[in-house]
Write a protein of this length. Structure first.
Length: 86
């Protein structure tokens, strides 16, 4: 699974689209995450850099609750840094 999914959520009403957790903008996934990664690179560069440091395959050794909590903390930290860099 691509690490870009830490910053996007699949839309409930459309399985072919995902919305950015940072700004809410929606993008088609078309079976890949290129559009999502490009959005991060162009609009949320700090988050893009953070994503690039993550492993490309997310490990599933932690419980889903632990993973969600860690993702929420990472996302919150990204939002703070993004606002500071604006």
């Amino acid at each position: 699974m691509s690490s870009v999914w830490k910053f996007f959520k699949k839309e409930d009403n459309n399985n072919d689209s995902a919305s950015c957790n940072l700004c809410g903008k929606s993008y088609k996934t078309c079976g890949n995450t290129t559009n999502l990664a490009t959005h991060l690179k162009n609009r949320h560069h700090f988050a893009y850099l953070q994503m690039m440091k993550m492993p490309s395959s997310l490990k599933t050794t932690k419980s889903s609750e632990e993973t969600e909590d860690a993702a929420a903390v990472d996302l919150n930290n990204s939002n703070v840094m993004y606002l500071l860099l604006m």
